[in-house]
Design a protein around this ligand. Structure first.
Ligand code: NAG
Ligand code: NAG
Ligand code: NAG
Ligand code: NAG
Ligand code: NAG
Ligand code: NAG
Length: 317
């Protein structure tokens, strides 16, 4: 039986927005303001990985006469959240990969190849950074700010408001930032030495199945999300959206369990925020503002002693 479980809004959205008049004010790839190849080469020298050129999920099935990849794999894995989140251009909900022009024409890359016979880029970002470190993200943010680019942040792509994608955008992909550090006597930076927490620090790309497995080794559990395969991101938009959990009636929301957050601001500045350092930003980051304030690079959460849990799911269509 296939069960799709309701989980919270995910993934830090882009720092980019539209202006108050509703007109797009940021540069996209179809405009002359878009950086030249040599400017992107310059960015390439500042990041640890090759720049990425995300493609829609079904792109391997095209061109239909001579598919670029294994379409059987695409068909077999189409609803697998972990498979989707492993690709920078793949969104959890395929509608966010499609774009509708003002005249009503839809540009998409359908799994059903008979609909258009071409794979349209739609809303999938066109280029970006495969971030592995704080420095990679800083380089991406500084580049986007310098060129006034439409920037999106994608971790898993689970965002049900579509903020992990934007047509003609530049993406900072945090999926491969997988560090997990467990510390049973964690002290927040700037806090008193006797204020300790049994805590775990998760980098931005860690997904819940990885976080649960990591703390389980120490007999601990966490207030986190559930989904088929555990593919929801643990230190991204789930937290930015409040962080609902089956453990919330007992231990509170995700935001109540975050002790410290590291974040890169639009200035490129890297800050560690908690109740002792930059408490206003720490408060804001736990206020449901999505990616408004910056790109979160890691989150430190409380852990709790492991207990047996039974839960029941009800689904209505
Ligand atoms: C395509 O992938 C499927 C499973 O995902 C596999 O069985 C098949 O051998 C692959 N085909 C090619 C040509 O690699
Ligand atoms: C895709 O699906 C096939 C068949 O279900 C499975 O064997 C394979 O591991 C999946 N590939 C990925 C990358 O998840
Ligand atoms: C709608 O607009 C797009 C973008 O300008 C264009 O490519 C497409 O041909 C138009 N479709 C129709 C039916 O006019
Ligand atoms: C694929 O699209 C074609 C054309 O719209 C439609 O006739 C067909 O039923 C679709 N196939 C599937 C499996 O949805
Ligand atoms: C991940 O951990 C390694 C080893 O401790 C460290 O060198 C690296 O800087 C960490 N990366 C991030 C993004 O925190
Ligand atoms: C930490 O030490 C201070 C000063 O001795 C004390 O006032 C405070 O209650 C202690 N806090 C904890 C959590 O033990």
């Amino acid at each position: 039986m296939k069960v799709l479980i309701a989980f919270s809004v995910l993934v830090t959205c882009g720092l980019a927005t539209t202006s108050q008049s509703g007109q797009e004010c940021l540069c996209t790839s179809d405009q002359s303001c878009w950086p030249s190849a040599s400017e992107f080469s310059q960015l390439q020298t500042q990041v640890s990985q090759p720049l990425i050129y995300p493609l829609p999920t079904a792109s391997a099935c095209y061109p239909t006469s001579d598919p670029s990849g294994n379409c059987t794999t695409v068909i077999d894995n189409w609803t697998d959240g972990n498979w989707r989140s492993s690709m920078p251009g793949s969104m959890e909900a395929p509608n966010w990969e499609t774009f509708m022009f003002k005249n009503g024409t839809i540009e998409a890359c359908y799994l059903n190849t008979t609909i258009t016979d071409t794979c349209g880029q739609g809303r999938v970002p066109v280029i970006g950074v495969d971030a592995r470190s704080v420095a990679d993200i800083q380089a991406g943010v500084n580049f986007a700010v310098k060129h006034n680019l439409k920037l999106v942040v994608k971790n898993t792509g689970h965002d049900f408001l579509g903020r992990s994608a934007a047509r003609g955008s530049f993406v900072v992909w945090t999926h491969n930032m997988k560090n997990i550090t467990y510390d049973p006597t964690f002290v927040p930076q700037g806090g008193p030495a006797n204020e300790t927490y049994d805590a775990v620090t998760l980098s931005a790309g860690v997904q819940w199945h990885e976080a649960y497995d990591a703390v389980n080794q120490y007999g601990r559990i966490m207030v986190g999300a559930i989904s088929d395969g555990g593919s929801v991101g643990a230190a991204g938009g789930w937290l930015a959206g409040g962080g609902h959990s089956i453990l919330s009636p007992t231990y509170g929301l995700g935001v109540d369990n975050a002790i410290e957050i590291s974040v890169i601001l639009s200035t490129g500045e890297y800050l560690t925020v908690n109740n002792y350092q930059n408490p206003d930003l720490f408060w804001a980051l736990r206020g449901g503002g999505g990616g408004t304030y910056g790109i979160v690079t890691s989150v430190t959460y409380r852990t709790y002693p492991s207990v047996p849990i039974q839960f029941y799911l009800f689904q209505a269509n």
